[in-house]
Design a protein around this ligand. Structure first.
Ligand SMILES: Nc1nc2c(c(=O)[nH]1)N[C@H]1C(S)=C(S)[C@@H](COP(=O)(O)O)O[C@H]1N2
Ligand SMILES: [Mo]
Length: 503
């Protein structure tokens, strides 16, 4: 090969990217996708405080970014190993350099990627593709040697890059199709009556909502509902093989199957989820209709002993929280969301929803409930976050509209945990005087958001801009505190604030 540094770099990238693309095409959403596993290792190596802040603040975006970052590093490493292996092989056996080079390149990529995934079958094809791309580049250039012309060399490289690009389009295309199929694998909830009721509740809530430009709907669609996961891809759980075990301080330990959960009395309820990392103007607050059974019914069957005070609750991803028993008894074991089966990203097959608590307690992909005598923290507590208490009240400004009539319309939504939102107050003079906004009808379950709408009718004596504040009064009459604090570590506080021009 008439090697220039540029050719070496192009070969390295082509091999690495194609190898990773192969893995993506085959395994898109599972842990066998090289980048998923590698990303998990990266997140383990990085300091906990950094990862937790990153994930909590950026949510889904953090996961996409970290996957991109991990994918880039992995592509370069795999490419370098493939090129290095090929050269080594070629130099060991110059007589059959292509064969020796390819074999060693494939073998080394295999050896390097195997420990990342831990499954030989998952790395065979990516390793072969990596080695083959290096060999392909080398062969193309060697066969071009008789022309001895740099310009035609260049053409050969461009052709090789074109072939690799076409391959990558196909492999990535396959991966994306798989990914969207898993996302679309949202299935209608079994049980017609229950599903109908859930769909009816969704429609009813949306009818009760305020109709204004840019206002957040009362019920978030599944694809719009925020997500916070400790892992880049949600674990894939087979409901037929899934079990929920109830152990510890109980009269009778239970091992419940999916059908057992479906056998309990089913209820539909509205509930909002808000992440502890949600800022005053953040977007980690959504409401849905959830379908499930009462955890209290399950606990009754198990018979909690007198010294049981807390439950250690775990998911398949080893995420865990210890939850006070009285909260647990009032919790929902949810298997449905907005009339669909609970989607993979939100905890399929079963998740917990704890009334009036921050999102972090609603353990997804639930597998274990162990009744214990003492509180034992949780996943985010080990990373410095606090606050098992009720969710802080929050008022969000969704949009400032300027209809043709000269008025200024502010719209938004508010949440105050199970206390419910009693009123939303607006001040346009920096907090001196307050007026009530118009609210959407309350949903039957108070642990949900309410939308609000407020109009300013500007007059000529008004200042050029209004210093606007918005705050919530909860169902107990408590006014949302003014003091602004960051989400970390106890959850954000403070009024929403906007400076609004008079025109
Ligand atoms: N098993 C498991 N449960 C989990 C999490 C997780 O990473 N793993 N994240 C928690 C956090 S921090 C929040 S805010 C909510 C988010 O739920 P959602 O993704 O359905 O919106 O799930 C909680 N339950
Ligand atoms: Mo969270």
């Amino acid at each position: 090969m008439r090697e220039t540094r540029l050719v070496a770099i192009v070969t390295l990238l082509a091999a690495g990217i194609s190898s990773v693309a192969t893995s993506f095409g085959i395994y898109a959403t599972s842990e066998r996708f090289l980048v998923s596993s590698f990303n998990r290792l990266v997140l383990e190596v990085l300091p906990g405080w950094f990862v937790s802040t990153f994930i909590q603040v950026l949510g889904d975006l953090a996961l996409e970014l970290s996957m991109l970052f991990s994918g880039a590093i992995l592509s370069v490493v795999v490419g370098a190993v493939a090129v290095g292996g090929y050269r080594l092989g070629a130099s060991i056996r110059p007589s059959s350099r292509e064969l020796a080079g390819t074999v060693l390149a494939v073998a080394l990529v295999f050896v390097v990627t195997y420990p990342v995934v831990g499954a030989a079958s998952a790395v065979v094809l990516p390793a072969i593709v990596g080695g083959a791309v290096v060999a392909g580049f080398d062969l193309a250039l060697t066969s071009n040697e008789p022309t001895g012309d740099v310009r035609s060399d260049r053409r050969v490289v461009v052709q090789a890059v074109g072939a690799v690009a076409a391959y990558n389009v196909v492999a990535h295309g396959l991966g994306f199709v798989r990914r969207s199929q898993t996302r679309r694998s949202e299935r209608e909830l079994q049980g017609q009556a229950t599903r109908r009721e859930a769909e009816h509740l969704v429609a009813e809530a949306n009818d009760a909502g305020i109709d204004a430009d840019g206002i957040k709907p009362l019920i978030s669609e599944i694809g719009e509902f925020y997500r916070v996961d400790i892992n880049p891809t949600p674990p894939t759980v087979d409901a037929d093989a899934w079990n929920l075990s109830v152990t510890g301080l109980v009269d009778e330990e239970l091992e419940l199957e999916y059908d057992d959960i479906r056998g309990y009395e089913t209820i539909n309820q509205y509930k909002a989820i808000r992440c502890l990392s949600d800022g005053i103007d953040g977007e980690q607050l959504d409401t849905a209709v959830w379908t499930g059974c009462r955890m209290g019914d399950v606990l009754e069957d198990a018979g909690v002993q007198e010294d049981g005070e807390y439950a250690m609750v775990r998911g398949v991803d080893d995420y865990f929280y210890s939850i006070p028993l009285e909260d647990l008894a009032d919790s929902l074991l949810a298997f449905g969301m907005n009339g669909m089966e609970l989607p993979a990203g939100h905890g399929y097959p079963v998740r917990l929803l704890v009334p009036d608590r921050w999102g972090k307690l609603h353990v997804k992909w639930l597998t274990d409930v162990e009744i214990v005598g003492e509180e034992a923290g949780g996943y985010w507590e080990e990373r410095g976050w606090n606050g098992m208490g009720p969710v802080n009240a929050v008022t969000k400004v969704d949009r400032i509209n300027r209809p043709d009539d000269g008025r200024i319309q502010l719209v938004g939504h508010a949440y105050a945990g199970a206390r419910g939102v009693e009123a939303v107050e607006l001040s346009i003079d920096g907090g001196d005087s307050w007026e009530e906004a118009t609210l959407s009808e309350p949903l039957p379950d108070p642990d949900t958001t309410r939308q609000w709408r407020y109009e300013i009718d500007p007059s000529a004596d008004d200042p050029d801009s209004y210093d606007v504040y918005a705050r919530t009064i909860d169902g107990e009459g408590t006014v949302q505190p003014e003091e602004r604090t960051d989400p970390y570590p106890d959850g954000a506080t403070g009024w929403a604030q906007r400076t609004v021009r008079r025109q």
